[in-house]
Design a protein around this ligand. Structure first.
Ligand SMILES: [Cu+2]
Length: 309
C-alpha cells in the first residue's frame, strides 16, 4: 500500500480528484491504525494486568508449599542465592517492611534446583550498613536458631537507622562455602520504634532502646517490652542486662498520665518487661529512663509515642 509522508506531502497542493483519493487513503490508513490499536490492546491489556498482579503478589504472603508452611503471616522481604552452596535463602518478617528498631526475622533455606527446604550445617547471619559516607557498621542482632517444626532459622535484627542514610545488607553464610547478600529496605515509621542517646556520664558511649511491645495497643494494661543495647564499636552492639528502667506514660495533649504501670525488669538478653496502662485511646507518650547498675541516670528525656484508636 502507498504510504504518504504526511509532513512533507500537503494535500492542499493536489488537484481535487487526487485530493479525494488522498483523503480516502488517509481514512483507510486511520481505520487500519485503529484496528491495529484494538488488536494491540487485546493483547497488551491482559499482559499488563498479569504483570500488575504478579508484582502485587510479590508483596503478599507467599503461597504455602507442600514442604514449608508459612507461619504467622510472614511476609517475604528478600531472597537470594548463596553462590557456591547450591542453596537459596528467603528472608521473612512479620511486617510488610523492615523498620528501624527490633525486627523478628525468619529464614528459609532451599535447594536452589529442587526448591526443597533444607537445614544447612552452618548458618551465619550478618546485618551490615554501608552509609552514604562509605562508613560501614553493623547493628544489634539475635543469632538465628533452627526451629525444627517450621524448618526456619529464627532470629532478630535491630536496625539502628533507616535506608534513608545508606544501604542495609543482610548476609547469610551457609556451610562455609556460599554467601547470600540480601539487600533490604529499612523504612522509617511515623512513630519511631527505637531511639539512641549518648550516655550522660560518658558521652563516647551510645545506648539504643528499642520498643518491642505493645504492638497492638488496647485500652487497659499492655505488656511493655524494650531491648537495650550499647554500641561498643561499629561492629559490636551488646545487649545490656543490668539496667534499671523507669517508665512514665502521659497524654501530652490532655495533661494526664495513668496509674498502675509496672517498670520493666530484665528478663533475658537485654529484654526488659513491664506493664503500661493506657486508660483511653489516643496519643500516648511513654517516657523511658535508663539507669545503670551504679545508679546513674544515662539519658535525659526520651520517649516512645504510641497512638491507637
Ligand atoms: Cu548507618
Amino acid at each position: 500500500m502507498l504510504w504518504f509522508n504526511q509532513k512533507k506531502f500537503k494535500s492542499r497542493n493536489l488537484p481535487s480528484i487526487i485530493k479525494m483519493e488522498w483523503i480516502s487513503i488517509t481514512k483507510i490508513s486511520i481505520r487500519l491504525k485503529i484496528y491495529q490499536m484494538k488488536k494491540l490492546l487485546l493483547y497488551i491489556l491482559p499482559l499488563a494486568l498479569l504483570v500488575g498482579f504478579t508484582q502485587c503478589d510479590k508483596n503478599e504472603t507467599p503461597e504455602e508449599t507442600d514442604n514449608q508452611p508459612i507461619e504467622n503471616n510472614q511476609k517475604l522481604i528478600e531472597e537470594g542465592f548463596a553462590i557456591g552452596s547450591g542453596l537459596k535463602v528467603e528472608l521473612y518478617a512479620l511486617t510488610e517492611d523492615l523498620y528501624p528498631g527490633y525486627n523478628q526475622v525468619f529464614f528459609t533455606v532451599k535447594d536452589s534446583i529442587s526448591g526443597e527446604v533444607v537445614e544447612p550445617d552452618e548458618f551465619i547471619m550478618h546485618p551490615m550498613m554501608e552509609m552514604m559516607s562509605g562508613m560501614m557498621h553493623s547493628c544489634p542482632m539475635e543469632t538465628p536458631t533452627f526451629n525444627s517444626e517450621t524448618k526456619q532459622y529464627e532470629g532478630a535484627i535491630t536496625f539502628v537507622m533507616s535506608s534513608m542514610m545508606g544501604s542495609w545488607t543482610v548476609s547469610v553464610h551457609l556451610n562455609g562455602v556460599g554467601t547470600a547478600d540480601l539487600v533490604v529496605p529499612v523504612m522509617d515509621q511515623d512513630e519511631p520504634q527505637i531511639y539512641s542517646f549518648p550516655s550522660m556520664i560518658d558521652s563516647t558511649t551510645s545506648y539504643f532502646v528499642s520498643l518491642i511491645q505493645p504492638e497492638d495497643s488496647k485500652v487497659g494494661e499492655n505488656t511493655f517490652e524494650v531491648l537495650i543495647n550499647k554500641r561498643a564499636s561499629m561492629m559490636d552492639w551488646p545487649a545490656m542486662e543490668e539496667m534499671t528502667v523507669v517508665i512514665k506514660p502521659e497524654m501530652p495533649d490532655m495533661g494526664h498520665g495513668s496509674p498502675n504501670n509496672v517498670d520493666p525488669v530484665h528478663t533475658s538478653d537485654g529484654h526488659y518487661n513491664g506493664v503500661v496502662n493506657f486508660t483511653m485511646t489516643g496519643w500516648w507518650r511513654v517516657h523511658v529512663t535508663v539507669i545503670n547498675a551504679q545508679g546513674d541516670t544515662l539519658n535525659n528525656d526520651r520517649y516512645f509515642d504510641i497512638t491507637f484508636q
